[in-house]
Every structure is written in C-alpha cells, then in structure tokens.
Design a protein around this ligand. Structure first.
Ligand code: NAP
Ligand code: 8YV
Length: 325
C-alpha cells in the first residue's frame, strides 16, 4: 500500500494528542480526533470506518467493541496498563507500545528523584530563592546521603537495567526482584519483594501497573526497608499502597520517598503533598521534547508498518499472535 492509500485509512485519536504525532498523523492518515474514548460518542458511520486508534489514554473493552473494523491500537507509552490488551488479544486487535526509546530518559529521572529525596535539593533551592541563605546562613547538612547505600530494583527490565547501570556508576550495590531471574545478569536476585526490601535501604520501583503489581509495596515491604529506607517510584502509582506509604513517611518507618507516579493522577493525595520527606514530580519520567517526539514517532511508525506491511514494530505480548487480515 502506498502513502496515498494510507490517507484513506481512518485513525481515531481520543484525548489530547502529542503535537509531533498529530503533525505526522494528519499528513499520513485520515485522522479523526475525539475528546475521550467514550463509545457513546462514536456515530455508527464513524464506528464502521475506524481501522486504528492512536491512544494517548485509556482504551477499554467497550470502546474496542464499538469499532467493528478496528485492527490496531497504537498506544503512547511503554506501560499499557490503561489499554485492555487481554481483551484486544482475544478480539484479534493488535496493540503496540513505545519501548526502548524512553528508557534512558526515565532512568535519568529515577536518579534525579533519588538524589532529590536523599539530598533535599528542591528544599535547598527553595531556601536560596526565599533569600534565607543570605539571612540565615548555609542550608542544613542533609541527614541523607547516597554514600554506602544498597539499592534494590523492583522490575529489572529495560528501564530497571538502565537505572542499575547509573547506580553502579554512583557507587551503589544493586540487587533486584522480578518474577523471573534475568539470565546473564550479575546483580543479586531476590525471589520475593520483601526479601529484596530487607536486604537494601533504597528501593526503586519500575514494574508495570496492573493486577499483578497492585499495592505490592505495602506496609510489610516498607517495614522491611527500614528507617534509613528510601523509596523511589517511577513505575506506576497503583503499585504502592499510598496510605501505608504516608504512614511510613510520617512515623519514620522509612526515611524518604521520591515519586513520579501516583494512585489517582493527576490528583495527588494532600497527605503526600504536605510531607517534607516526600519529593514529588508530576509524572515527567519521559517528558522531554526529545523523548516524547521519539515515542510519538513510534506510535505513528507502528500504524504505518501495520497498514503497509501487515506487521507492527513493537507489539505487546498479549497481542503478539494477532495477524493482519
Ligand atoms: P519491561 O522491560 O517490561 O520491564 C518490566 C520488569 O518488571 C520486568 O523485568 C518484569 O520481569 C518485571 N515485572 C513485571 N511484573 C512483575 C511482577 N508482578 N512482579 C515482579 N516483577 C514484575 O518494562 P520497562 O520498559 O522497563 O518499563 C517498566 C514500566 O515503567 C512500564 O510498564 C511503566 O509502567 C513504567 N514507566 C513509567 C514512566 C514514567 O514516566 N514514570 C515512563 C516509562 C515507563 P518479570 O516478567 O520476570 O516479572
Ligand atoms: C508517559 C509512561 O508519560 O511510557 C510510560 O509508560 O508512563 C510515560 O512515558 C505516558 O505513557 C504518557 O502519558
């Protein structure tokens, strides 16, 4: 199929579209934007036309079922817990995500969160901006340091390994927990999350969201991490029991936390916002123009590959069996 033929293919874009993706999509496909992925907002005429979705938010089973000719959902982000990929797999709909292109950016952000949480750099900067350095003297010596810390990575996948490389360069030891031990990786493996937390004082969470990781970081894990413990979550907010985390930060059960992701984004619990030992970012792990453009390109390139060659570039495992008709 030629580029001209692709322009006859209707791609639905629910929600706010990344600008770079929008530019390429408009030139390549018949792009139809809609506010949210609400099946009741799709006319019968449009429903029949749609062959693909570029997803920048959640896509549930009801929305897929509304579109009888849907072939592919190209999702923006490596994590695709907001897309019902299991349903798509059963319905013969391909789902793609955006792995690799964001790995190094997200790993950088994880290290920034760790340093900020341990060395209080955002608070020290506010101290300067408030004029307190000149009035009150130097910012306090931080009780926290990276020196001598032992790091544990929950989710030693693509991003977990990029974080591990950085931690090694910073002089920290590294251990990890996954469901399966990774072949040819020298880091110490722990078969349970609690055993990992007990063995380290710096826990970095970078597992996918979804049922298998929901609330995995609970009171028991935080207790095991201990009073010098620092939790960094760059994975998904659903993985942390936020009430247990707030209690652990308040009571000194752990020392500090650095969080990029939250249970109910963009709403962040006031309990966390008011805690001085929580360092918070608004889900910006991959949020540079460079990396978001690369993710946007991969969304568009997956759609082009599917409709021109019948094979996407980065299928998610749940739909790897799906073939173009
Ligand atoms: P990946 O390569 O698939 O790595 C995920 C790792 O988690 C794998 O090593 C996997 O190993 C492990 N894992 C999965 N389920 C688990 C479970 N139930 N228990 C223990 N370990 C489990 O994915 P990635 O590219 O590194 O991305 C990881 C996640 O980071 C994404 O899914 C996304 O949620 C998050 N993320 C966040 C941002 C941000 O902006 N904050 C940006 C990008 C990604 P096993 O299968 O052996 O368990
Ligand atoms: C994106 C992410 O910010 O890739 C992921 O899984 O969480 C982030 O890179 C997000 O998907 C875009 O909304």
């Amino acid at each position: 199929m030629t580029q001209t033929d692709l322009s006859r293919i209707t791609i639905l874009v629910p929600g706010k579209l990344n600008e770079h993706a929008a530019g390429r999509m408009e030139k390549t496909f018949n792009m139809v934007a809609m506010e949210t992925a609400d099946p009741d907002q799709v006319s019968d005429e449009l429903a029949k036309k749609v062959q693909g979705i570029a997803a920048f938010g959640a896509i549930n089973a009801a929305f897929m079922d509304r579109l009888p000719n849907l072939e592919i959902i190209a999702s923006f982000g490596v994590g695709y817990d907001s897309v019902d990929a299991a349903h798509a797999g059963k319905a013969g709909v391909m789902v793609t995500n955006t792995p690799d292109v964001l790995t190094e950016e997200v790993a950088d952000t994880a290290l920034a969160l760790l340093l900020n949480a341990v060395r209080e750099f955002p608070r020290a900067e506010n101290y300067l901006r408030e004029g307190r350095w000149a009035k009150e003297g130097p910012y306090r010596l931080t009780p926290g340091t990276l020196r001598g810390r032992k790091a544990g990575i929950f989710g030693m996948g693509r991003i977990g390994q990029a974080i591990a490389r950085r931690l090694e360069a910073f002089g920290l030891s590294v251990a990890y927990h996954n469901r399966r031990k990774v072949d040819d990786l020298a880091y110490e493996y722990h078969p349970t999350l609690v055993s990992l937390a007990a063995a380290v004082d710096t826990l970095i969470c970078v597992v996918p969201g979804g049922a298998s990781t929901a609330n995995a970081i609970n009171a028991e894990v935080l207790e095991a991490l201990g009073p010098q413990g620092v939790l960094v979550n760059i994975g998904r907010g659903s993985t942390v029991d936020e009430a247990a985390l707030v209690a652990a930060l308040r009571s000194g059960t752990i020392f500090a936390a650095g969080l990029d992701v939250f249970a109910d984004e963009p709403n962040v619990s006031k309990d966390l916002v008011y805690l001085p030992n929580a360092c918070l970012l608004p889900h910006v792990g991959s949020a540079s123009i460079h990396t978001r453009n690369a993710m946007a390109d991969l969304v568009v390139d997956n759609l082009i590959a599917w409709f021109s060659q019948g094979k996407p570039l980065t299928a998610v495992p749940e739909t790897a069996h799906v073939r173009a008709q």
